[in-house]
Design a protein around this ligand. Structure first.
Ligand code: FMN
Length: 213
């Protein structure tokens, strides 16, 4: 009787002790949301095949279901799947970057260099400059889309590097084709497509978290 009692006590201590590690517990319980968040990586190599429309519809629908301040939805979403248009933006961006940073000529002069990693879909988000929460709202929209994509094993990469070019006079012709509403500027881009790589997770710093209790 006594050994059985001791084993029972040890088992109770072990199981309750594990509950302190919430992330592990949720993963162990197959919490799909936590798994999706922790599995997402920036993908920088894509298969050329276009994303199925049904999957893209889900991604976009998840995007617009993000929260926004007072539900104003102060965003514009432009889904670019015209490969010629993307290549032209890429060439313009390369020339723009080299003109500003001649030391980058080797990298950006290489026609294989692609700011969107040759993803078959590139989504640009515009924000309302007259709404002070619009940039935050766009961030929520973007991450909702990236997580929805990840849940279907579709890769994404947030792309900020091209925004300054598209907002500069040198990018005006491309920007005009985006047909953004008045008072809108570009906030961020998202490359999306089927993954051709499985990168390791990058380190995160838990010391950024502080409690005020
Ligand atoms: C606002 C923003 C802009 C970014 N711009 C770029 C970019 O222009 N090119 C790129 O390759 N990655 C870009 N990234 C991706 C980050 O480098 C990436 O999220 C970070 O290194 C963490 O890696 P992970 O997404 O795999 O966890 C951007 C991410 C954010 C949030």
């Amino acid at each position: 009787m006594r050994p059985l009692f001791i084993i029972t006590i040890i088992a109770v201590i072990l199981t309750t002790g594990c509950q302190g590690n919430k992330e592990k517990t949720l993963m162990e319980e197959n919490n799909m949301t936590v798994e999706t968040i922790l599995s997402r990586r920036s993908i920088r190599q894509y298969q050329p095949e276009q994303i199925k429309q049904s999957e893209l519809d889900i991604i976009l629908n998840c995007g617009i279901n993000a929260p926004s301040a007072m539900n104003k939805q102060p965003w514009a979403i432009r889904v670019i799947q015209n490969q010629e248009f993307l290549k032209e933006i890429n060439a313009g961006f390369a020339a723009f970057t080299i003109a500003k940073n001649p030391e980058m000529a080797e990298r950006f002069g290489n026609p294989d260099n692609s700011f969107y990693y040759n993803a078959p879909t590139f989504i640009l988000l515009g924000y309302d400059t007259t709404n002070k929460f619009s940039l935050n709202d766009c961030g929520m929209l973007a991450l909702n889309m990236e997580l929805a994509a990840e849940s279907m094993n579709i890769g994404t990469c947030t792309i900020g590097c091209v925004i300054d070019f598209l907002e500069a006079p040198e990018g005006a012709d491309f920007r005009a084709k985006l047909n953004l509403p008045e008072n809108y500027k570009l906030s961020i881009g998202i490359a999306a497509g089927y993954k051709a790589q499985s990168p390791e997770a990058k380190p995160r710093d838990p010391n950024k978290i502080e409690y005020i209790r």
